[in-house]
Design a binder for this molecule. Structure first.
Ligand code: CP
Ligand code: NVA
Length: 319
């Protein structure tokens, strides 16, 4: 049997995404009084392998696996033989002999795909250069708990067409949302991702749109979202990017252009007065710490799905 991976948002169907969000809400509601059914990882171990820094993802997976009854093993890749040139394939094969799932933060999506191809246990994308699907699940949970629905809402993302933007486009499309991305020319999300989101949207009612004017994109938005202008690995471009991205700051003007009850979101870590005005990040519309908290609940729900015991066919007369 091949393992069930979560490398990209679209590795879940719309129905599975909704089911994960439902379970995330349930786990959140009874976190302080969990029942026996809330420990599906009892006796199982999960490797959390990091090739880039992390605060939220690392902590929320570590605590989440433990709360599900499992044993988390957090690994800084540089301190392993990966740092001395052991292949990602050999690493995947070895880890698969010890653990029941591998959660990985890395650079190229292709590296993640190679790891998954060589692993015999589920592999989860904990952020790659291409996508951040666990973040998007938590973001959708946050929007849904505030608005009661996702379909038909407009989320406007201002800034770099990066991994977070890609995941919002794809996960939003699965949920039937309109996702508008306003980026400077040359920094738009990948065309192939936008096309894929629109293909999904044709069935769900979602829509993906790339724009260049931040205020036009923000007009009437239910959610305003931004992320860093220079992602991990792009530190050398920080200064040049700060100039190019300045008109895309999530500031008070953008908030005024949006709906009066707009939610302001940021995956964090944030740079006040760069991609987001401090008054907006710390202001009344901001739900950034709910987002951060929901990483825990959404990832627990995701792991519960990926590591669910295979159906035994109970109830069927075959056999
Ligand atoms: N949002 C997010 O993934 O944060 P970390 O880089 O701290 O994990
Ligand atoms: N786009 C950012 C997200 C950090 C959570 C990065 O990749 O660094």
């Amino acid at each position: 049997m091949t393992a069930r991976h979560f490398l990209l948002d679209t590795d879940l169907t719309s129905a599975e995404q909704a089911a994960v969000l439902d379970v995330a809400d349930q786990l959140k509601a009874r976190r302080r009084a969990p029942g026996p059914a809330d420990r599906p990882l009892a006796g199982r171990s999960v490797a959390l392998l990091f090739e880039k820094p992390s605060t939220r993802t690392r902590l929320s997976f570590d605590v989440g696996v433990a709360e599900l009854g499992g044993h988390p093993v957090v690994i800084d890749a540089a301190s392993t033989q990966l740092g001395r040139g052991e292949t990602i394939e050999d690493t995947a094969a070895v880890l698969s002999r010890y653990v029941d799932a591998i959660v990985v933060r890395t650079f190229a999506q292709e590296r993640l795909e190679r790891l998954a191809a060589a692993a015999s246990v589920p592999v989860v994308n904990a952020l790659s250069d291409h996508a951040h699907p666990c973040q998007a699940l938590a973001d959708l949970q946050t929007i849904r708990e505030r608005r009661g629905r996702l379909a038909g809402l407009t989320l406007t993302y201002l800034g770099d067409g990066n991994n977070v933007a890609h995941s919002l486009l794809l996960a939003g499309a699965l949920a039937g949302m309109r996702v508008h991305v306003a980026s400077p020319p040359g920094y738009e999300p990948f065309e192939q991702v936008v096309r894929h989101a629109n293909e999904i949207g044709a069935a769900t009612g979602g829509e993906a749109l790339v724009m260049h004017d931040a205020l036009e994109a923000a007009a009437g938005a239910d959610v305003l979202y931004t992320d860093v202008w220079a992602s991990m690995g792009q530190e050398g471009e920080s200064d040049s990017r700060s100039l190019v991205f300045q008109p895309y700051q999530l500031d008070e003007k953008a908030v005024e252009a949006a709906r009066p009850d707009v939610l302001v979101m940021h995956c964090l870590p944030a740079h006040r007065e760069l991609e987001i005005a401090a008054s907006v990040l710390d202001g009344p519309h901001s739900v950034v710490f709910d987002q951060a908290e929901n990483r825990l609940h959404a990832q627990k729900a995701l792991l519960s799905l990926l590591l669910a015991p295979p159906s035994t066919g109970a109830g069927s007369s075959a056999g």
